[in-house]
Design a protein around this ligand. Structure first.
Ligand code: FAD
Length: 499
């Protein structure tokens, strides 16, 4: 049985492990932290439980597919419920939109903005759905190992159909006139850490996915899914080494032959990297001659996604007026997006509030609430300030003042009984996100499809990748696609390595 070592227990690593084990490989997964999940993790403190990173479950069929792939029933491993309304969006305290994906509700809401707007929205939905089908078949579910994989008539023709040179905001603006609706259909590019004013128009796919496939909630929060995956991995006999940091990929004769952990070399027939690709290049392949396309200089020049300032607050009161997911879009939304991508802390930022204890009371003591506050901010690349205690406290103060002045949560500060803060520096240290960029390499045109690192590494045999910085990109369902592509490549290029 051929041996595979997977470095990193993020979602890409876990899904690859399960699928390769199913194909008969002997799989060992090595994770530096004390739990699996990578960015999908938990912060537990003072009786409160918070999801550390991702919270919004989109494309639930992708989550289920990992279990059905190996002949299991997902319902035996985790519990999911569909949300509706999916979230509240606050433009100010008085101006709140409850976004509901039920067609009757949705139509009523759109018509309240005018029938022209409703009609424009449905045209947007049709247009983006058609582009989504093209993107899925010709770009997302395909790898690009050779120039001919992209420079052929069929792919170029389909690329044109994607109208990808437009930006997300501009592309939705062609369909709807209301500024509010334009924002409601474009802010979601922040889910993958890019600006709607600059990011490729194909990312206006995200609000379509929310509407057509719904937003779901897992019992126990997002980490509830990882607990289900971990149980499956153990049942399948995947070896999991926690609290073990890989120091280097062991390379000989232009082949990955294993990994170096401290003084030990652990040998394998194949190595799959699930750590953030730029981190892996810089720290796990120390000799640049093995990675001429990704020298340290090149890695510095690449574009990185945004990061997140996180506050995990235990409150001694219930937040009845909030939904599970809530977004506050600042009046200066465009300005604070520009700040983020100009490496400046936005003074009047937009924010996201997540209150999972509303649906799962086990996440907070009785009568209390777990509140997760995410503020999109710049990564560490080009950021001139240092995330020391002084800056943390100053920014915390600004955020709390902003929440108070906007009246989103009354008297918030006096109800905080537990508090944890994470900054880009923590994202860099905890999960080795290069520059603390929480969504990895930015999916700009220059860094998408054939221009993005691919699952099969060029130049070193028996070495593969999966994760946010790999094609097709960030976000849990998309990383799951990268894991599937990675498995396909292993099966394609190493057919004899199967049992
Ligand atoms: C704040 C935040 C909010 C998000 N919100 C959403 C959301 O709502 N919905 C959504 O779909 N996505 C969301 N995302 C994105 C999503 O979390 C990521 O795209 C996805 O989880 C990344 O998975 P990955 O496979 O790339 O691995 P990662 O999660 O990056 O994991 C990599 C793993 O490798 C380990 N590692 C690193 N170096 C080493 C080493 N040397 N040796 C051993 N192990 C090592 C790390 O500890 C880590 O466990 C969010 C992300 C963040 C940070």
């Amino acid at each position: 049985m051929k041996k595979v070592i997977i470095v990193g227990g993020g979602i890409g690593g876990c899904v690859s492990a399960i699928k390769l084990k199913h194909h008969g490989y002997d799989v060992t997964l090595i994770e530096k932290n004390s739990s699996l999940g990578g960015k999908i993790n938990q912060v537990k403190k003072d009786g409160f439980t918070f999801d550390m990173g991702p919270t919004i479950v989109m494309m639930p069929h992708m989550y289920d597919e990992v279990f059905t792939y190996v002949g299991k029933n997902p319902d035996d491993y985790y519990t999911k419920t569909q949300l509706n309304p999916i979230y509240n969006v606050y433009f100010s305290k008085e101006d709140k939109v409850e976004v509901n994906t039920d067609l009757v509700h949705l139509t009523r809401f759109l018509e309240s903005m005018g029938e022209q707007e409703a009609s424009g929205y449905f045209r947007y939905l049709n247009d983006i759905y058609e582009r989504y089908v093209v993107a899925k078949e010709h770009f997302l579910e395909k790898t690009f190992n050779h120039p001919r994989d992209v420079f052929n008539f069929k792919t170029l023709w389909n690329g044109l159909k994607l109208k990808t040179f437009d930006t997300a905001y501009h592309s939705v603006s062609k369909f709807v006139k209301s500024e509010k609706l334009r924002k409601l259909l474009s802010f979601q590019t922040l889910y993958i850490g890019i600006s709607p004013y600059v990011g490729p128009s194909i990312y206006s796919i995200i609000p379509m996915v929310e509407t057509l496939y719904g937003i779901w909630f897992f019992k126990g929060g997002m980490y509830g899914y990882i607990q289900g995956l971990e149980r499956l991995m153990k049942e399948m006999g995947i070896k999991i080494m926690l609290n073990t940091q890989v120091d280097e990929i062991f390379i000989s004769n232009k082949q990955a032959k294993g990994v170096v952990v401290g003084e030990d070399i652990l040998c394998a027939d194949l190595v799959i990297n699930n750590t953030d690709f730029p981190y892996a290049m810089k720290h796990l392949i120390k000799n640049e001659k093995h990675r001429p396309s990704y020298t340290n200089k090149k890695l510095e020049k690449m574009d990185y996604s945004s990061s997140a300032f996180m506050m995990y607050l235990g409150l001694n009161k219930k937040l009845d007026h909030l939904n599970v997911h809530n977004l506050y879009l600042s009046p200066d939304f465009e300005g604070n997006i520009k700040d983020i991508f100009n490496a400046t802390l936005p003074p009047t930022p937009s924010m996201y509030f997540y209150v999972p204890s509303k649906l799962d009371p086990s996440l907070a003591p009785e009568g209390h609430e777990s509140l997760y506050v995410l503020v999109p901010i710049p990564s560490l690349k080009g950021f001139k300030q240092s995330w020391n205690e002084e800056l943390i406290q100053t920014y915390r103060r600004e955020i709390l003042d902003r929440i108070a002045s906007e009246g989103i949560i009354e008297n918030l500060e006096s109800h905080i009984v537990s508090e944890t803060i994470l900054t880009p520096k923590d994202w860099e240290e905890k999960v080795h996100a290069h520059y603390g960029a929480t969504f990895g390499l930015a999916p700009t045109l220059k860094q998408s499809n054939n221009f993005r690192p691919q699952p099969k590494f060029k130049g070193l045999d028996h070495f593969y990748h999966t994760g946010s910085s790999i094609h097709p990109g960030a976000g849990i369902p998309i990383v799951m696609m990268s894991a599937q592509l990675c498995v396909n490549e292993v099966l394609k290029y190493d057919p004899n390595t199967e049992k």
